[in-house]
Design a binder for this molecule. Structure first.
Ligand code: IVH
Length: 694
């Protein structure tokens, strides 16, 4: 294949050239016009650079309609077209995600300004590269008269009605701030319209609830909102804005530059009331550009909005003017991109993994791909519904995303790349490990293997769970070893673990005498444990560490827990009907009681306390919320009474609230309680409950 990085590479294959142009046209249209991209940005950039390189190498192949010769795509027919007074340019992209990206730019600037090596460092303004869409805001005599998208750079779409709904965009310039300049007769402000991450999540949540389509990422949601033909709908979409530049400008008095520097311009915009990012800074020379790049990269995942890199601009407007433009890009600015968080890859297979509680999880095995800074080979689909919604099939080309430490996910499938015979994924009817029936219970999203501890996958997970650090802790007992022990039929149950002899361990693959002895010692050590650790280690559904602690504290002994009826279990704080039911189900099975007896026989020990004798507690297991002013009781008094009766007082009303105790002037909590159907009590009703009268 043609290698864009090699100067003087082979002459371009004409069909490749044709293909690149068509593909790039197609995707630019999907991206800019349809707001529905089907290719990650990084892939688009790669193809774009390949085409650019061919055209640089062989300028005779360049045609005016090549995708490299325009900035975007034509406007949608539905919006009026606006011709930009000053074209909206694109900037050169530096994709070298290393320090050299910044060094290259600084070296180019110095060369073009003919600076000698001993000339002082050039001052730049360094800004985040916001991942939204560019907007031109036109102000006449200080009033917003028009907002237009970039479109193809020459003309865009008139989206004034929608942009007016963005609260952060001033409808009139504020000239009252100290240092604010008077409003120019004509001013065009350029910047990025974007959607914050929290706003994006909330919007998707609302879309889902309303049964409407969700958006792939904040940028697409923002683009969709801006081009929403109905401004009433646009107004409900939470958009934000950052200003970063200027379009046309006319000043009241002729002569003299309005601003001496880009930084001065941003300050003036801020004074007029435009949002300017607090992350914008002046950086002197390449070293400070590199420091900025690295600092912003570290903050990237924690920012409340998406960015895909940083932008460096020569600060002095006089120097900017001296440098000018090359084709459609300013020579004085560059976008330095971060490593892509989305990439294309293909699906090799879709496996089904069995978890400790039998939960079946579809796992997409991917051709290895470098994304978000690591090589990714797996992405989980949470359950059948998600697998259906994304409709991932073996052989598909997919976009995978990995941002920060979040587990990788398949974002979407490229439908045009689907193989004709690709089969729909369905959850197997049988557990792929033990062959027991896989069941999805009514109202549940998950399929589960019904094999329980008959299933070797569940047995392995159960053993690993019991041996983990937060349970009884058997140091050195990892998944490879457990695989060997279970698959080799050496152990079947938890107690078998404690019957392991040195000889059976030494006989295993790659097991040195010393390691075998370490395991035996670790097992011995794990026998002295605590009741909460042991209880948690049993792996009872819904019994996490906190619940195990609460149960141990409440009952004092394992026998008391094993024999407690449902009501008594529910008297424990944090134990609701689901957890209580799960505990009962577990301990009602004779084989589970047998496992506990055998573990004790193997020498597992913990301290037990006496069962705590408790007075009858009318509010045990109940969560209450207090709001408003009660007639006689203070809030603290009410809280003491509730807690003495075994109840819990929470701060906010949720589905888990049993009662809302409401006094005079109860506000939003009362509304929320009514909305959720939570029982509302007044002070008298509370007292009746406490007396056992209700
Ligand atoms: S300056 C002549 N600054 O990136 C320079 N652009 O191709 C014009 N962008 O479409 C752009 N953050 O939408 C500039 N701080 C920033 C930016 C930024 C995001 C976008 C902009 C433009 C694209 C550059």
């Amino acid at each position: 294949m043609y290698n864009p990085d090699l100067p003087g590479a082979l002459p371009a294959d004409p069909s490749r050239l044709q293909w690149l142009r068509e593909t790039l046209h197609e995707h630019a249209h999907r991206y800019h016009v349809l707001d529905a991209p089907t290719m990650p940005d990084a892939e688009y950039d790669r193809l774009f650079r390949e085409l650019q390189a061919i055209e640089t190498e062989q300028p005779e192949l360049l045609t005016p309609d090549s995708p490299t010769q325009r900035v975007g795509a034509p406007p949608l027919a539905a919006f009026a077209s606006v011709r930009h007074a000053v074209p909206m340019l694109s900037i050169r992209t530096e994709t070298d995600a290393q320090a050299s990206g910044a060094h290259n730019f600084d070296a180019r600037v110095r060369r073009e300004l003919e600076l000698t090596d001993d000339a002082p460092a050039v001052d730049y303004v360094a800004e985040p590269k916001f991942d939204g869409l560019a907007m031109n805001l036109r102000y006449v005599q200080g009033r917003l008269v028009q907002a237009a998208t970039r479109g193809d750079g020459e003309s865009g779409e008139d989206v004034t009605q929608n942009i007016r709904t963005i609260g952060q965009i001033p409808l009139r310039l504020d000239t009252s701030a100290p240092g604010a300049l008077p409003a120019p007769p004509l001013l065009e402000v350029r910047g990025e319209v974007y959607m914050g991450r929290a706003d994006f999540e909330a919007l998707n949540e609302r879309q889902r609830a309303a049964g409407q389509k969700t958006f792939v990422n904040p940028r697409n949601a923002a683009a969709g909102a801006v081009r929403q033909l109905d401004p009433a709908i646009a107004a409900q979409r939470p958009l934000s804005f950052y200003a970063y530049g200027l379009g046309e400008l006319t000043l009241a008095q002729a002569g003299g530059p309005a601003f001496a520097s880009h930084h001065g311009l941003l300050q003036a915009l801020k004074n007029w009331g435009f949002p300017v990012s607090g992350l914008v800074t002046i950086a002197s020379g390449a070293t400070q550009l590199v420091a900025y790049y690295e600092a912003i990269a570290r903050q990237r995942d924690a920012l409340p909005f998406d960015i895909d890199g940083v932008v460096y601009k020569v600060n002095s407007l006089a120097l900017q003017q001296r440098m000018g433009f090359v084709t459609r890009e300013p020579r004085w600015a560059v976008a330095h991109k971060f490593p892509a968080q989305e990439q294309l890859t293909t699906v090799l297979s879709i496996d089904v993994q069995v978890g400790r509680t039998g939960k079946l999880t579809p796992v997409v095995k991917l051709a290895p791909v470098f994304v978000g800074g690591v090589t990714v080979t797996n992405a989980t689909l949470h359950n059948e519904d998600e697998a259906r919604r994304k409709d991932v099939r073996v052989g598909d080309t997919v976009v995978v995303r990995r941002a920060g430490d979040v587990i990788p996910e398949v974002v979407f499938v490229l439908p045009e790349k689907r193989l004709p015979d690709a089969m729909l994924f369905t959850m197997p009817a049988q557990c792929p490990v033990c062959g027991s029936a896989a069941v999805r219970e009514e109202g549940e999203a998950d399929h589960r293997c019904s094999g329980g501890l008959f299933c070797s996958a569940q047995r392995k997970q159960a053993i690993l769970h019991f041996a983990q650090r937060r349970a009884v802790e058997v140091e050195g007992l990892g998944d490879k070893l457990v695989d060997q022990l279970v698959d080799g039929g050496i152990i079947r149950t938890l107690p078998d673990l404690y019957r392991l002899g040195l000889s059976s361990l030494v006989a295993l693959d790659r097991m040195a005498d010393k390691s075998a002895q370490n395991i035996v010692d670790a097992l011995q050590q794990s026998k002295q444990t605590t009741l909460p650790r042991f209880l948690f280690g049993l792996g009872i559904r819904h019994v996490g560490e906190a619940t195990a602690k609460a149960l141990a504290g409440h009952f004092g002994s394992l026998d008391a827990i094993m024999d407690a009826p449902l009501e008594q279990l529910q008297a424990v704080s944090d134990v609701g009907p689901v957890v209580a039911h799960s505990l009962r189900t577990f301990f009602d099975q004779p084989h589970n009681r047998e496992v506990v007896a055998q573990l004790r026989a193997c020498g597992l020990r913990w301290q037990e306390g006496a069962p705590l004798a408790r007075p009858p507690t009318p509010l045990s297991g109940k969560t209450l919320v207090i709001t408003g002013t009660l007639p006689t009781l203070s809030r603290d008094q009410a809280k003491d009474l509730i807690e003495a009766a075994g109840g819990k007082v929470a701060g906010s009303v949720s589905k888990k609230t049993h009662y809302l105790l409401a006094g005079a002037e109860a506000g939003s909590k009362l509304d929320k309680a009514r909305e959720l159907g939570v029982v509302v009590l007044d002070e008298d009703a509370l007292k009746e409950l406490l007396d056992g009268r209700a």
